[in-house]
Design a protein around this ligand. Structure first.
Ligand code: ADP
Ligand code: ZN
Ligand code: MG
Length: 500
């Protein structure tokens, strides 16, 4: 380093980030009882039983599907899956935890020592995955202010006992952007596997971000803080940006970083202290006595590995090789399984041109116009009323010149809103482009008759008069005529006039 010590610029520091990600698993029932795990739209405490309410004398039963989902994630993250695993009790007291402990995994998690790859500036970077273990979610507190000045909290145990997978990364990320990319890639993998809804905004995918800073060249890790409460990818990045700068400012001011948990306040764009190390819980972990240790059969692992679906990285590479998509288009499409499926279905349903040119059009419209419409309407591909074959029909019509690109956008907007097939809209509204020569000739005659000045200009050799006349025909036809087909017709008529 050539910079002088204490020069005080952020550049002198390296940011170090490790993420702890929790995701609810999309099982039919809860982790240790037969209550339904999908409670989102249901009344509070309608998915409860003595087991998930923590009544005395009940016994948990392990959800095999949740274990299988965990192993799928472990394999997808290139983890080692030890033969032996067990559950442990993590003891702490909080009103949303009816048993007074959470069943989790301590020293023998299902998955360990894996990695995940992110793409940054055209490079692939590997981020280590320390472990992935299975536990149960807690209940929720609903805080009420009753208008009479009283405030109290209600307990909803629908969420208590829902299978929760925790994936812990190594402190391998070096910028808030890398952390966001890691989170997005992890979500893509979980969604591709079909084990998670991936919805951060609903809290079914959550992230605790650990961050520290150190002087460049320093090999020891700095003191970290842990940030909670981010419910979007953007929030993860913003919270880390704020927190890293705060830590640098603290150190520059001669203060020490306190190891603590901080909450992200989205509305203010800041993190605030929630609790310090001194207040941290001592969880007194011990092996869960009500559950047997598990042997994870090698044949089971092999059989699960066999059934793994195509994962986002592999899909991106296939999109580049097969459809000749740009790396960026391929990355964007492959990152979300429903989007990738929709893209491939569209390309398959298109009938014109070769596969790469169909793919190019489908990628452009999906990543462009359709993404814009979905953002505006806060929709996802799964909510789309326009089917893949509907979009294919639209793109074929544009390719055939039946309608212009601009018209295509209008048709797509209508189809997006109503669900009517684009091809049906084109036919019903008669917005197909005018390609009938006799009709075009009639429009050209009208325009020439109405614009003697432009005709004169043309005869004096001013060729841009033709552009003007083309514009007039476009106006007359309300954009239904293509300039390419009008031009020769106009020129033929103008030349015939001059010859008279
Ligand atoms: P704790 O004991 O506080 O839970 P762990 O060692 O279990 O800490 O790590 C929790 C998470 O914090 C992991 O994702 C890890 O990569 C990350 N982490 C650990 N130390 C640091 C550090 N100094 N700076 C940034 N992240 C860190
Ligand atoms: Zn239950
Ligand atoms: Mg830890």
């Amino acid at each position: 380093m050539t910079t002088t010590a204490a020069s005080g610029v952020a550049h002198d520091y390296e940011i170090v980030i490790g993420l702890e990600v929790h995701t609810q698993l999309l099982t039919a029932s809860k982790m240790f009882c037969s209550c339904g795990a999908r409670y989102a739209d249901d009344a509070p405490n309608s998915h409860v039983c003595p087991v998930c309410m923590g009544m005395p004398g009940v016994l948990p039963v392990i959800n095999r599907q949740a274990v299988e989902y965990t192993l799928m994630v472990g394999l997808a993250l290139h983890c080692q899956i030890p033969e032996f695993s067990k559950f442990d009790r993590k003891n702490y007291f909080y009103p949303d935890l009816p048993k007074g402990y959470q069943i989790s995994q301590y020293d023998l998690p299902f998955c360990r020592d894996g990695y995940l790859e992110i793409q940054l500036d055209g490079q692939t970077k590997r981020v280590g995955v320390t472990r992935a273990h299975l536990e149960e979610d807690t209940g929720r507190l609903v805080h009420i202010k009753d208008g009479m000045g009283d405030a109290y909290s209600l307990v909803d145990l629908n969420r208590a006992g829902v299978p929760l997978l925790e994936i812990v990364s190594e402190p391998d990320m070096r910028s808030p952007e890398e952390a966001r990319l890691y989170m997005q890639k992890l979500r893509a993998i979980l969604v591709a596997l079909g084990v998670s809804s991936g919805r951060m905004e609903e809290g079914s995918l959550r992230c605790d971000a650990n961050v520290s800073v150190r002087r460049r060249g320093e090999t020891k890790l700095g003191t970290k803080t842990e940030i909670k409460n981010m419910n979007s990818f953007r929030a993860v990045q913003r919270a880390l940006e704020f927190e890293a700068q705060r830590q640098i400012a603290e150190i520059e001011a001669g203060r020490r970083i306190i190891q603590e948990t901080r909450g992200w306040v989205e509305s203010k764009g800041i993190t605030v202290s929630q609790r310090t190390k001194e207040e941290a819980n001592d969880y007194r972990y011990f092996p869960e006595p009500d559950l047997p240790p598990l042997t994870v059969a090698r044949e089971w692992i092999a059989e699960i590995a066999e059934r793994l679906p195509e994962l986002p990285d592999a899909r991106r590479e296939r999109f580049i090789a097969r459809y000749q998509l740009s790396a960026q288009d391929a990355e964007q499409l492959a990152a979300d399984r429903p989007t990738a499926d929709y893209f491939e279905a569209t390309v398959a349903a298109m009938t014109r041109g070769d596969e790469p040119s169909r793919a190019k059009a489908a990628a452009n419209w999906l990543n462009g116009e359709l993404t814009r419409l979905m953002k505006e309407a806060e929709q996802e591909v799964a909510d789309l009323k326009v089917t893949a074959s509907g979009l294919a029909g639209l793109l074929d019509a544009i390719d055939a010149g039946t309608i212009s690109t601009t018209q295509g956008k209008t048709v797509l907007e209508r189809a997006f809103a109503s669900g009517e097939a684009p091809v049906a809209i084109i036919q019903r509204e008669g917005i197909a482009q005018l390609s009938d020569t006799t009709e075009l000739e009639a429009f050209a005659r009208q325009v020439i008759a109405a614009n003697p000045k432009a005709v004169e200009d043309y005869q004096r050799g001013r060729t841009n008069a033709v552009q003007f006349l083309i514009g007039q025909v476009m106006r007359q036809t309300k954009g239904r005529a293509k300039p390419d087909s009008i031009q020769p017709i106009l020129i033929a008529q103008l030349d015939a006039l001059s010859a008279e």
